[in-house]
Design a protein around this ligand. Sequence first.
Ligand SMILES: Cc1cc2nc3c(=O)[nH]c(=O)nc-3n(C[C@H](O)[C@H](O)[C@H](O)COP(=O)(O)O)c2cc1C
Length: 383
Amino acid sequence: MADSQPAGAGLPVAPQTGADLEVLARGVLPPEVYDYYAGGSETEATLREAPLAWHRWRLRPRMLSGVAAPVLATTVLGTPVASPIGVAPWALQRMAHPDGELATAAACARTGSLMTVSTAATTPLDEVAAVAPESAKWFQLYRVHGPAYTDHLVRRAAAAGYRALVLTVDLPILGRRLRDLANDFQLPDGLVMANHPDQADAGEPADPELPAPAAGGSGVSVRRLSQALDSADENPPWTYADLERFAGLTDLPVVVKGVLRGDDALRCLEAGASAVWVSTHGGRQVDRAVSSAVALVDVVSSVRDQAEVYVDGGIRSGTDTLVALALGARAVFCGRPVIWGLVTGGADGVVGVLSRLGTELAHSMTLCGVASVEQVPGDLVTS
Ligand SMILES: Cc1cc2nc3c(=O)[nH]c(=O)nc-3n(C[C@H](O)[C@H](O)[C@H](O)COP(=O)(O)O)c2cc1C
């Protein structure tokens, strides 16, 4: 009978890919918030090219290998994780979902994934750390504050149990994100950058370098953040000397995020970094920068086995992850797929995204005859 349809007919098909989730997320977010999350800098060339650069690699699968249940568990900087797919630091998570960073942290604990928490979080770093304290988290640091407050944040992160410090070095100034400028994007009322000195707990050192918040609302706009970064007199751009200083400040290993050249990677290691993270900041900083998939090859060939190398940017599937591992990455990190998961389903949505990526990785590994993420042969891929 034409009218006897199965239950659920007519409802949207359950999303199977990150692209589906992005469409759903776009439907529920205010347009300027969607633009803030989705956008890149200037012509957005680097943003667009990031996923395509992974697609350019082709797999050379091995047959008759007998692999049935590939092992995804591994370690990053010695910390055990359930899979090599971690969550990249991303700002302003309460704008995506009321539970914000707390939901992402809960999802990472449930899936055994490594979470990197941003300086620009909307929840204080200590509260995020307190969600499942035993699950691995890294703290990401920006140069938006002067040295005194920055050092204070580093010590606070160490005390809160973060396992590494991620220095984002690709933000000497803010990229020109034309969508945000056109929208005059502002953090919505009621939300704060919880690790900013003017929002932080009483008793912490004030940061004279950061402009005071405007009356009413959070007052944090992209223009004001940009001004804070541009105040180079009081808050000079980071150099390798700063990297050495951070490496000596606590016992936390320092990971340098935003490296796109092999020679820079080696200098970071000489200055005390424990690992490097290849990234274009999701195409939000240097427009027309080389894609992460291309830069990874350069960085890995320079670093060789001296240190772990991580990568992010345009990783959308388990196959992208497998390519990155074959090119020498120890782990990959995801930004936007996690954002769309949080927007559409809170902690469950993030669990869904991380689980899907892990399942896809296991599937690709089985098809290609790869038994463990720690033994992905370089000759699995060809350009
Ligand atoms: C909305 C948004 C906010 C971000 N915030 C930060 C941040 O606070 N700190 C940082 O180091 N990187 C930040 N990033 C960059 C991510 O850590 C990561 O490099 C990038 O999202 C990876 O690319 P993908 O989104 O294609 O996965 C942000 C990215 C996005 C999309």
